[in-house]
Design a protein around this ligand. Sequence first.
Ligand SMILES: [Zn+2]
Length: 417
Amino acid sequence: MLRKHKKLSLLSLGLLSSISLAVQAAPAAQTHVIVAPQCLVDKLADNYTTLSSSESLTLIETNPAGIDALITAKNQRSAIPCGGFMDVTDAWNEYHPKGLTESNRAQSFLNGYTHPKKHLLNKSSNNYSIKYQNQVNQLLKTINPQDIWTDLTHFSDTSKGQFPDRYAGSDNGVKAAQWLKTKIEDMAKANNRTDVTTWTVATGTQYKQPSVVVKIGNSNEPGVVIGGHMDTLNSSWELKPGADDDGSGSMTVMEVARTLISSGMNFKKPIYIIWYSAEEMGLVGSSYVVKDFKNKNIPVDAVLQLDMTGYANQNDPTIWLITDNVNKDLTAYLKTLVNTYVKVPVSETRCGYACSDHASWDKAGFTASFPFEAKFGNDDPYIHTAQDTMEVLSQSHMADFAKLGTAFAVELAEPTA
Ligand SMILES: [Zn+2]
């Protein structure tokens, strides 16, 4: 399995470099600026330039072949988890503080990632206690594992050519975004909810698939965000069903949305359901979503990321809480929510750096958390391949994450009646 994956990655690397040769006339579109842990950069060949490095992170400039190599490196399993990377090209291009030399500019920019500012947006909000047990339990009864399974069957279906991939740079990816948005709009209509609004956030100029944002409720109080990423890698070499990564999280999020929208319940705070684009390409979609929230001054109290909820290693029902790029208090609260409402074992695991879209929120100073399907390294071995199908996934594991997401939404958004 792993050997096969390696071969395919080498193949794709070769093809990508020939593509970049062919489009050399447009150098601007080819340059990517990346923040990554040094251990990941160490696994690259020499197709990059270091702009700056700190004790833990490195800022590099690379090309599409370098991005592909980073994706391959991120997927390699090692005893000490290394982590992922962030494509910060646009943020870097916009970063021109006065009076800095070019090398100081790189150092100062990287410092924003090594020591992100925590602007404590939610200082006033919450003491993270259990307050709405009746309401949560009422909604948990309506969670239907079969719904998640049926939705995921459609979302990861490559056989009828529905979604051969959900790649952020492809028309298939755009279709996946439209499918999610329409599904929510139909759901709101069927439940006579006039307080459900949807919008899309463009993923810069490089990727055509937008992220999809849903707001439940009319209030403008600091909100609760629950999201996953809809995109997969490109299917040019093999199909990309992306059933676990991140079809599972995406359809778990859909089940939370369905539970909330059909509940008839109203909340003091709005709940934002988000499907991010281009997570696989370096958390690109979520960086634009966070920027959109900041530009519109939309306050956010708490963020939950669901990326891979379907693979229960050796049928272990444990929910694992990622400990990096997250808020400690909110992560401790997830533990309380699991113990109170989901009633499965809960444990902690480290992924390294920027393993999913929670890191985009965390970097911008928001309070984020990330529960995961397995101990990091024991997660689904088939992701990023044509074998990332539903065959190895567990309906009940996904339903447990839907329970956690629903409890998170209700307790933090506070039902009004
Ligand atoms: Zn993922």
